[in-house]
Design a protein. Structure first.
Length: 400
């Protein structure tokens, strides 16, 4: 039996079933059913285009579906999704608000409406919509997580934490909520808790490299350096993973804290290769080189940092100290005097400058620097020790 013949027979049967109805009404019912069938097919095609990232084709097919069946609500919801993907948030908001009114018990259009509102920075409206979506469907943990994201975005961190704390037991296998909990903990500087949350997120989705990166960062900030080294080492062992300068930098920070200065220097060097325009990466390499008494490399790396960021404090300190170590006291003094103009409240800067003055016998200037250090940091033991040593040296000299 051909498709056309089957359709004709089906049409005949539908018309016959409608005995007693006006013929025009029966025909309209058949047409409506046919239009709905075609709209459903176009809806499926549009979905496929959307999944393939073919937004224009998805939009066209969805509009065609709605032309055939204006009240086919799944197509209206799909249209809202497509408009969001296209960045047309205002039209998406109108479309989704309309379908939400027509489907008052459906969470999906309300959730997507919230997404559009959030994109338009209508945060209070978005928050209300996310909460409504969750109220309509308590399994929508993505709505809870999205509401927490809005609260974070609007600096309502405590509210976000309360929301996540109240819901995370129901998160099940949803890693995004654990990541959000981790980011909240990071903001609140509870780094050890953050590391645990990121570990939970990673355990649920071990293919997501970002979770492991975040876990490593939290471990470094929590002072769990051994664990951080293990986390980053495992991450970098993944063949397809391409570390960035930040990841190299965090691993090197852990090495430095553990006294593994060679590993730190080598890893900071990789950070400069990954991002040669990062003044911080060059300054870190300079510090590691200084710790290894590789003074010339410390000077080169510090100068590289300062060429990118002329007032970089750490680079200036390393450069001044490395120049002092290598006997270039005048150069060190000039560098540090210029830096004081921009960082006059930094005790370490005055301390190194004082050492430069002291080395060349300018004791009064050195003493002034050390007293400045104590004015900034009254408990600075290095400045106290240097002042005491100068006083004792002068006493011995007078006694002789």
């Amino acid at each position: 039996m051909t498709t056309r013949l089957a359709w004709i027979l089906t049409l005949g049967m539908i018309v016959s079933v409608g005995c007693g109805e006006p013929q025009d009404l029966a025909k309209q019912k058949v047409k409506d059913q046919w239009d709905l069938s075609r709209a459903t097919m176009l809806y499926g095609v549009a979905n496929e285009h959307l999944n393939m990232g073919q937004l224009d084709m998805a939009y066209t097919k969805t509009r065609d579906a709605l032309t055939m069946a204006p009240e086919f609500h799944p197509a209206s919801i799909l249209l809202g999704r497509i408009l969001i993907e296209q960045g047309n948030f205002a039209d998406a908001s109108v479309t989704l608000a309309t379908v939400s009114e027509k489907l008052p018990q459906s969470a999906e259009p309300v959730y997507l409406l919230a997404v559009a509102q959030e994109k338009m920075r209508q945060f209070d409206a978005a928050l209300d919509s996310y909460r409504k979506a969750y109220a309509l469907d308590s399994s929508r943990m993505d709505a809870v997580n999205a509401a927490a994201e809005v609260l974070i975005l609007t600096d309502r961190i405590d509210e976000a934490k309360d929301l996540i704390d109240a819901s995370i037991a129901r998160a099940g296998t949803e890693p995004a909520m654990y990541e959000t909990a981790g980011r909240i903990a990071m903001i609140q500087k509870d780094y050890r808790a953050a590391a645990h949350y990121f570990q939970d997120a990673h355990d649920l989705d071990f293919t997501n490299r970002r979770y492991r990166e975040s876990m490593g960062e939290a471990q470094v900030l929590a002072g769990d350096y051994v664990q951080a080294v293990d986390t980053f080492t495992q991450l970098m062992a993944i063949p397809e993973y391409k570390p960035g300068a930040t990841t190299y930098g965090m691993l090197a920070d852990a090495y430095m804290a553990l006294g593994r200065h060679v590993d730190a220097r080598n890893t900071y060097a990789k950070a400069t290769e990954a991002n040669p325009n990062s003044a911080g990466a060059w300054a870190n390499l300079a510090q590691a080189s200084l710790a290894l008494r590789d003074n010339e490399r410390a000077v080169r790396s510090a100068r590289a940092a300062l060429s990118l960021e002329p007032n970089h404090l750490d680079a200036t300190l390393v450069l001044g100290y490395a120049l002092l170590r290598t006997g270039r006291t005048a150069d060190a003094t000039n560098v540090l005097i210029q830096a004081v103009k921009h960082h006059g409240d930094n005790a370490q800067l005055h301390l190194v400058l004082g050492r430069c003055h002291q080395v060349v016998g300018q004791k009064d200037l050195a003493r002034t620097c050390y007293h400045t250090v104590l004015a900034i940091e009254p408990d600075n033991q290095t400045a106290k020790t240097l002042l005491r040593a100068m006083d004792e040296s002068e006493t011995v000299s007078i006694a002789r």
